[in-house]
Design a protein around this ligand. Structure first.
Ligand code: BTN
Length: 255
């Protein structure tokens, strides 16, 4: 009994007690033709991975570690927004299941009290015909205590339990995340990014703030003015120029 209220996402669920990374399994399943909406869920990962080749701490039975395979019929340039849509879905799910009010830091971090409680990693499987599958990895810190995190991240990571003082039912959270994923990815596919962009901006800590964007080759400081329909961050530097940021690490400029 999964208690799912969805029709697409989570109709197939691959549950494994432990694995290296749900992303690896999801890539494999997608390669073998897994259907749209297939979910890979685990209790613990020995090699959980984050963006920019970082490792993702995945304490056993304390979080939601999952990957969702989507096969949307959209152009490749519409893929990055799925990460933003996913962030909105997760915020809504956390709001539904807890009393917390999470914020989004562009592009894909979900914060509580300024610390990260969720990361999203979107990977593509594509060929000459276009996108074959999107693999959306979600790492949601649910019931960890501070000492459950690796020492290096203890000051920057948090969990729903640490922020609310209450143990959170992980099954309810998964149901809710999948429900909102189905709702919002469908909305994005059918209607485009417009409404979701407004929702995303309303949850964002980044917009309207002075930020520092660290990229591979340079660092830019300025005001984050908004995101475009393509999900690109618009950063205005003090010389008045508007820069489109596709990928970076963002921090508040006054910190
Ligand atoms: C980030 O913020 O760097 C993204 C973290 C994504 C972590 C999740 S946990 C489930 C899935 N499997 C992985 O190996 N990574 C993602």
């Amino acid at each position: 009994q999964t208690g799912l209220k969805t029709k697409r996402i989570g109709q197939e669920i691959e549950y494994v007690e432990s694995c290296a990374s749900t992303q690896i399994i999801a890539h494999q399943l997608a390669q073998e033709g897994a259907q749209d909406g297939t979910v890979v869920l685990t209790e613990t990962q020995t090699a959980g991975r984050g963006r920019m080749a970082r490792k993702w701490d995945s304490a056993a039975k304390k979080g939601v570690w999952m990957s969702i395979i989507l096969r949307p019929a959209v152009a490749p340039q519409k893929a990055p927004q799925f990460t933003l849509v996913t962030a909105v879905a997760i915020v809504r799910a956390i709001e539904e299941v807890t009393k917390l009010q999470p914020k989004i830091k562009w592009p894909n971090d979900i914060l509580l009290n300024g610390k990260k409680c969720t990361g999203i990693l979107t990977e593509l499987q594509s060929d000459a015909d276009g996108i074959q599958a999107l693999i959306i990895g979600i790492g949601l810190n649910v019931n960890q205590e501070k000492e459950d995190f690796d020492r290096e991240v203890q000051d920057i990571a948090t969990s729903l339990k640490m922020a609310s003082g209450e143990t959170v039912n992980r099954q309810k959270l998964v149901q809710s995340v999948l429900f909102y994923m189905e709702l919002y990815t469908q909305m994005y596919i059918d209607e485009g990014f417009g409404m979701l962009k407004i929702l995303w901006e309303s949850y964002s800590t980044t917009i309207g703030q002075p930020v520092r964007a660290r990229m591979t080759n340079q660092t830019l400081e300025g005001i984050a003015e908004g995101i475009t329909e393509e999900g690109v961050l618009q950063l205005r530097t003090s010389d008045g120029k508007l820069h489109g940021i596709y990928s970076a690490d963002i921090e508040m400029a006054d910190s």
